[in-house]
Write a protein that binds this ligand. Structure first.
Ligand code: NDP
Length: 258
């Protein structure tokens, strides 16, 4: 099991798929006073039942937070709520996991799909980072140790190999999600630039591809299950240092070509 020693962790889109499995595995890793802010847009809806049950089982660790990444006000409200629960302690690890896709190539993708996918996959992480950066700064300052790590202050953007200009040629003809690929390529650029912006403050930023995973988004025919993907991602996250600032990696720890 990965030795994640981040005290305070926030995950968006935590009610199902990879986000939910991340919360599930993190609660099994004991750490004193850990808080996991499990964010989802509809905590009372049927799609959040499993997360709600998990939060009930671990009330001191799992904090359910309403957060719609496509809505700036919702992100602001969530930041206020999380801030009040963090107190003087900062946020050590922020996982921008929530994401959506839409089917279609350049010609069949509508402007509405393009807006909606960009709003969730690009504007979402952008606004989340802006609202939560004060807490990551607090954690970076409080750590008292030099260098970068997920235990100190880190932002993980869940990306995809489909954002790789080098690799996408082999996949795109079989999995046509034009808006998704373009949005995740923008997310990767955000990783690189935010990595430069936050380097002086020793806040780590990187993009992580979870593999092709059996979730609602990945489909039943995907190559791996959520357990394997999240085990791999947590192992990678736990080993990150300043050497991986602005990196693009997959769940096995391999660096991906841009
Ligand atoms: P799922 O479709 O299973 O889950 C997506 C999650 O994102 C759900 O919790 C969903 O919540 C949430 N979400 C969507 N829109 C919003 C929003 N506006 N606000 C808050 N939450 C939102 O997908 P995965 O678990 O597979 O995907 C997780 C991440 O991994 C995504 O970023 C995806 O792009 C990435 N990824 C996945 C791959 C795969 O093969 N599965 C491959 C490569 C990358 P709700 O229930 O409310 O809809």
């Amino acid at each position: 099991m990965a030795a994640i020693k981040a005290c305070n962790i926030l995950i968006t889109g935590a009610n199902r798929g990879l986000g939910l499995e991340m919360v599930r595995q993190l609660v099994e890793i004991p750490y004193p006073n850990r808080q996991i802010f499990a964010c989802c847009r509809d905590p009372d809806g049927p799609k959040s039942k499993d997360l709600k049950d998990l939060a009930k089982k671990h009330p001191n660790v799992v904090k359910l937070i309403r957060l719609d990444v496509a809505n700036a006000n919702s992100i602001k409200e969530a930041a206020k709520k999380v801030g009040s629960l963090l107190g003087k302690n900062g946020l050590n690890l922020l996982v921008n996991n929530a994401g959506i896709t839409a089917h279609g190539n350049m010609l069949t993708t509508s402007a509405e799909d393009m807006h909606s996918v960009f709003n969730t996959n690009v504007m979402g992480p952008f606004t989340v980072i802006k609202e939560f950066i004060p807490y990551l700064r607090t954690a970076a300052k409080a750590s008292g140790t030099p260098g970068m790590s997920c235990n100190k202050a880190a932002i993980i953007n869940i990306s995809t190999i489909l954002a790789s200009m080098t690799c996408v040629g082999e996949i795109y003809p079989h999995w046509t999600a034009f808006s998704y690929n373009v949005s995740k390529a923008a997310l990767n650029m955000m990783t690189v630039l935010a990595g430069m912006d936050f380097k002086p403050e020793e806040i780590l930023v990187m993009s992580l591809h979870p593999g092709w995973v059996q979730t609602d988004l990945g489909g039943e025919g995907a190559m791996i299950g959520v357990k394997e993907s999240v085990e791999g991602m947590l192992r990678v996250i736990s080993g990150l240092t300043e050497k991986q600032q602005g990196a693009y990696m997959d769940y096995t720890g391999k660096t991906l070509p841009w």
